[in-house]
Design a protein around this ligand. Structure first.
Ligand SMILES: *Cc1c(COP(=O)(O)O)cnc(C)c1O
Length: 417
């Protein structure tokens, strides 16, 4: 069996179900009726609408939070959260180096300084020890990312931060229904943020949801998402600075239909992941989410970690060969860790003077360099591969993924020997 990358027959010729095609999404009659209902109502925006408030109530109930605030994206949801915490310009927000750039945008948009804390080599999530070491007297918040659907040690991080008055914002964009040590993610910290973007577990194209038990923070977020305008008073007054991050009724109606499918989507992803773990766990030099953690994970992606010394090949070769077999995967998930993006290393933020990474407003000159987060840098460069894990994979899809991984693993090992 020669590898497809060397001219052999690929394991798989049809595309797998994915968030990029209809076969990997659950968009059907309920969503069509939702859109129709809104169009017929004549009210397409949330002011005076019914769908967006209903989505907020339904999502808050599902997550078990006192409040939910809808917005236009996961990035907007994070921006609401940081804005509600209200850092002073130059205050610091601790973030992980493996995440979507939206996590960092939320801090920069509030003129706060992202400070990176390194990750656990077993999960890719920020560790509590790294958070503790990154705290200074300017730290106002930590944004904890539950990467790929696996829980970060958010309860340990809350235990460190709460006595210091530091807010913990959970970025749950990849982690609907994920279970952390103390319970489901989203309400372990002060504020939880979710995304409805195309690639997430459920989608309305784009959209965001932010949850909190704190009524005062929720009110700040509602104002921030609507130009600081308190609609209930009937006055055209702007109580505070804000954006227009209002979710539309069309988006909310589709999101409500998707929300009704969420638990089945997560259950189906867990079943797919359990089968993948079962079919791959014996491969040398490969580490997966442990079988006994699968039911706490929500598998936005299916991560594989390689030990080069034990398997004899590098992740870039593995990813290229597996993609050629018809299973599209990414070596490293990101091209570079977040802290090494030119927006940060070259300080391309507001204008050209480097604000807010300058002192003042920061209390020290901030710069981002190779070596700041060695575990994350090594993971992206050489140990991590992310594979798809879709709710619509059938038995044959799962069997093809297992066969392709086993074939490439054997082929590259033989070539290295
Ligand atoms: C997708 C994602 C975001 C941003 O969400 P958008 O809706 O794309 O703005 C933020 N954080 C993480 C971890 C994500 O995966």
């Amino acid at each position: 069996m020669s590898l497809a990358i060397a001219g052999g027959e690929p394991v798989r010729s049809e595309p797998l179900p994915s968030w990029e095609n209809a076969g990997g999404r659950r968009i059907g009659e309920a969503e069509q009726q939702a859109v129709q209902r809104v169009l017929e109502s004549g009210t397409l925006w949330r002011v005076g609408g019914t769908e967006t408030p209903a989505l907020e109530r339904e999502f808050a109930r599902l997550i078990g939070a006192g409040n939910a605030v809808a917005s236009t994206s996961g990035t907007a949801a994070l921006h609401l959260a940081v804005a509600a915490v209200a850092p002073e310009p130059g205050d610091e927000i601790i973030v992980p180096p493996i995440t979507d750039f939206g996590t960092v945008i939320a801090a920069l948009a509030c003129n706060a300084v992202p400070v990176f804390a390194d990750v656990d080599p077993l999960t890719g999530c920020m560790t509590a020890e790294a958070v503790r070491a990154a705290i200074t007297d300017r730290t106002r918040a930590v944004i904890v990312v539950h990467l790929f659907g696996g829980a970060a040690p958010v309860d340990d991080i809350v235990a460190i931060c709460r006595p210091l008055g530091i807010a913990v914002i959970e970025d749950c964009a990849q982690a609907y229904r994920t279970v952390a040590t103390g319970g489901e993610v989203g309400t372990r910290g002060t504020i939880g943020c979710f995304s409805l973007q195309q690639s997430k577990h459920i989608t309305a194209g784009d959209g965001g949801l932010t949850v909190t038990d704190d009524d005062r923070l929720a009110e700040r977020m509602r104002l921030f998402a609507d130009k600081g305008w308190p609609r209930s008073t009937g006055e055209r007054t702007h109580l505070s600075f804000g954006m227009n991050y209002r979710m539309t009724e069309l988006t909310a109606a589709v999101a409500r239909a998707q929300l009704g499918k969420l638990d089945q989507v997560v259950a189906d992803r867990r079943a797919v992941a359990a089968a993948l773990v079962d079919g791959l766990a014996d491969l040398d030099g490969l580490r997966l989410v442990p079988a006994d953690r699968v039911d706490r994970h929500s598998f936005w992606l299916f991560p594989l970690w390689f030990d080069r010394a034990a398997c004899g090949f590098d992740t870039a070769s593995f990813a290229a060969a597996l993609t050629a077999e018809g299973v599209p995967v990414s070596a490293g998930y990101l091209n570079r860790p977040v802290h090494l993006n030119p927006a940060l290393t070259e300080r391309r933020i507001h204008g050209s003077n480097g604000f807010p990474l300058t002192s003042p407003p920061a209390s020290r000159q901030i710069s981002y360099r190779v070596g700041d987060c060695p575990v994350a840098e090594a993971m992206i460069a050489g140990t991590l591969v992310t594979a798809p894990c879709n709710e619509n994979f059938d038995d044959r899809d799962v069997a093809d993924v297992i066969a392709a991984v086993r074939k490439v693993h054997a082929g590259l090992r033989a070539a290295a020997a």
